[in-house]
Design a protein around this ligand. Structure first.
Ligand code: GDP
Ligand code: ZN
Length: 443
């Protein structure tokens, strides 16, 4: 297991109205939103759905949000989530019986009142899509780890995702024991014990385990209650310069659209700090690749914000928290098909520098997770290609130098990120990248 590194290099002195709890930074007196502000505003928290393929992440996302996130044609064909899916949900509480719900009418017949708007990030569970899962994980404030109760636990990516959450430092998780409609009590208990065994010795030893059926809608109210208890709205500094991690980028024009009516490229992601507003001039880094004097270099892209959306809702200003979509004046061909995924958005000249060579202080795991058999993590070798994930970016780094606890890598795609950031390290084993540890970005 990973050494619990409580002191994050990014940690700073907090303002007075912020408290540090066991797991997170939260506001002492959170701003109370009106019902209208909750319903029409931006989600205040990002919750990831992770776990092995087919354990029910997309089904649960639909149950909680009413939205089927698996909408890409390729995803439908292969029946698995390939990209990150986003969907918002309004959590509600019944005024009559106090039960949690997502519907306006409670099962008891009473009215429900909105309490919090939540953004869900549905991460793919297939072993070949670990990079996408890791990109999504950096914006998660908490996560639901789905475990199918009708299968033996742990399945490979159940362990790998759990380890990834621990490495990235996501502390608030709820274990969802799904598909309980398929098993009897005895099997459920056996599965529960296996889950407990899996969690033993990890940071998540005491995480709640909620049995549900995502498909039949059983116990979803208890799951919402657990999320409300375990994943508080974190404190984020709105007064700092904005930093947004781009998780998706799209061309939203219909094929064959009138050239004069083309809508500018859209960036999807989350603000980590600061605010963005319509009309803001923004910079996107690393940006795009150009050749200068026979050398490939990256140039930041400058553009302007035309509109802001959260889910289907237009907003004037965007805050740190749930996922947002930023429409720009960019040529849609620059952003289409997730071309700008992994970029960072902020004000011009206020973002960290772009790096194409990095030095990392390395922390390796003892064993590789995610494989069927236990494999010991061998030391990193010179010229070895590693997959590195930071913020929402994934890149391959070739190891050019290595010491006892540090490496230098030349990156295939440059990254834009702060010194002190945590970067996950995966290595190629049996034709797949497997998580083997993390590094801290050094000057
Ligand atoms: P994902 O790969 O984790 O996103 O899993 P999906 O949501 O695509 O679900 C995989 C399969 O399991 C689908 O056929 C679902 O209909 C089914 N499934 C999901 N949740 C449940 C459940 O609670 N009970 C039963 N019986 N089937 C479920
Ligand atoms: Zn009720």
């Amino acid at each position: 297991m990973v050494k619990k590194n409580k002191k994050n290099a990014k940690e700073q002195k907090q303002p007075e109205n912020v408290v540090e709890t066991k797991d997170s930074l939260i506001l002492k007196k959170p701003k109370v939103l009106t019902e209208e502000e909750i319903v029409n505003g931006q989600p205040v928290v990002n919750i990831g759905l992770v776990g092995h393929v087919d354990h029910g992440k997309t089904t649960l996302t639909e149950r909680l949000t009413g939205k089927w996130t698996d909408t890409h044609s390729e995803e439908i064909k292969r029946g698995i989530t390939i990209r990150l899916g986003y969907a918002n949900s309004i959590f509600r509480k019944c005024v009559q019986c106090n039960m949690f719900a997502t519907q306006q009418k409670c099962e008891c017949g009473g009215e429900t009142k909105p309490i919090r708007k939540v953004s869900f990030v549905d991460a793919p569970g297939h072993e070949s899509l670990m990079a996408t899962m890791l990109s999504g994980a950096t914006i998660m404030d908490g996560a639901l780890l789905l475990i199918a109760a009708n299968e033996n636990c742990p399945q490979p990516q159940t362990r790998e995702h759990l380890m990834a959450l621990e490495i990235i430092g996501i502390k608030n998780i709820v274990i969802v024991q799904n598909k309980i409609d398929l098993i009897d009590k005895e099997k459920a208990l056996k599965n529960y014990k296996q889950i407990k065994e899996l969690l033993k010795g990890t940071f998540f030893e005491n995480a709640p385990i909620i049995p549900i059926s995502a498909q039949k809608g059983v116990n979803v109210d208890r799951l919402i209650a657990a999320i409300e208890e375990i994943v508080p709205t974190p404190y984020r500094d709105e007064t700092k310069d904005p930093v947004m991690f781009v998780a998706r980028s799209f061309d939203i024009n219909k094929p064959g659209a009138d050239l004069m009516k083309l809508i500018g490229g859209v960036l999807g992601g989350s603000l980590i700090q600061g605010k963005l507003a319509i009309g803001d001039q923004i910079e996107i880094k690393p940006g795009y690749e150009v050749e200068e004097r026979n050398q490939k270099v990256y140039k930041p892209i400058r553009t302007k914000i035309i509109s802001l959306m959260t889910g289907e809702q237009a907003i004037q200003e965007a805050y740190p928290g749930g996922s947002i979509a930023v429409q720009t004046t960019l040529d849609p061909s620059i952003v289409k098909s997730d071309k700008l995924t992994g970029n960072v958005v902020g004000y011009s000249d206020k973002l960290p520098i772009t790096l194409s060579e990095i030095k990392l202080e390395v922390h390796l795991l003892e064993r590789v997770v995610g494989t069927k058999d236990d494999v010991v993590v061998e030391p990193i070798k010179k010229l070895e290609p590693l997959m590195l994930n930071v913020n929402s970016a994934a890149t391959v780094g070739i190891v050019t130098e290595f010491g006892k606890n540090s490496i230098t890598c030349k990156l295939k795609l440059p990254i834009c990120c702060e010194y002190g950031s945590r970067i996950t390290i995966s290595r190629r084993l049996d034709n797949r990248f497997r998580l083997i540890g993390y590094g801290i970005l050094k000057k």
